[in-house]
Design a protein around this ligand. Sequence first.
Ligand code: SF4
Ligand code: MG
Length: 325
Amino acid sequence: PEPILEVRDLTVHFYTYAGIVKAIERVSFDVYRGETFALVGETGCGKSVTSRALTQLIESPGRIVEGQVLYHREDGSTVDLLKLSEEEIRDVRGKEIAYIFQDPHASLDPLYTVGYQIAEAMVVHNTVKDWKEGFRKAVDILRRVLIPDPESRVKNYPHELSGGMKQRVVIGTGVSNNPKILIADEPTTALDVTVQAQILDLMNKLKEEYNTTVILITHNMGVVAEMADRVAVMYAGKIVEIGSVDQIFKNPLHPYTQGLLRAVPNPMAKIERLETIPGTVPNLIEPPSGCRFHPRCPRVMGICKEKVPELKEMEPGHFVACHLY
Ligand code: SF4
Ligand code: MG
């Protein structure tokens, strides 16, 4: 497999009055072209921060303090996305790398029609020659995301659509420029269960059609099982395990991953929460020493409080950061 992204030592800190929040520390992973790569973990583990940092989408008081995000284009060229200027990265974002966020209500502007908003996504990146072409393409896009009667829906305002339809519009906006990478942050969490399944199906269909690489951010192991090829498990701002879906579900190595999977008796049920692991997510101003999971780990040893475990490859493609190995 050929990487489209190589993320190395990505570190983001938030400079708050209470202290420096070490939101993510030296996060490294590869994403392969054409795959669905899931970043999974509890709320606050740093998965959203990681996904946003990939295109410098970190707002003050946050700052990317270290790292590289090497993006390999199809023409063979490579850029470090963290080195691009504000203007250059803004052009990459939305065009080559697009985001879908959790809440479709917040992603759409109530003052403009959905057609206008989809057309605008193309106009600002010059992927259409004018607004007229943008509006015409918006109708096609609504059809592609399976919105019935797209010719009239294109003139609707967001409040005239259901939550599921709004998220389809958001996805349509996301894929309007045929991005190479689509980053979807909890794309179905705000929706009811039946609509969630439809949206996941739609994302899979679009990915097949366009061969888009997908980075899926989720707290839901059922969604991972259904959608992903590979998974990175995050805990307290660090990646603790990476592997294929098979490796992670059949042979989870990290005690945290094992806990996550125990918390989900049926990973396909899609309704579980991850809060069943005892203890609370640590404060990232003063994270636990050594392994950040040690205060909650059922298998903690002396060394765990002293030394930060590094990711080690245990079988081809299966990495774990834990002193048990
Ligand atoms: Fe548990 Fe130690 Fe492994 Fe951390 S390094 S997960 S504390 S056994
Ligand atoms: Mg989040």
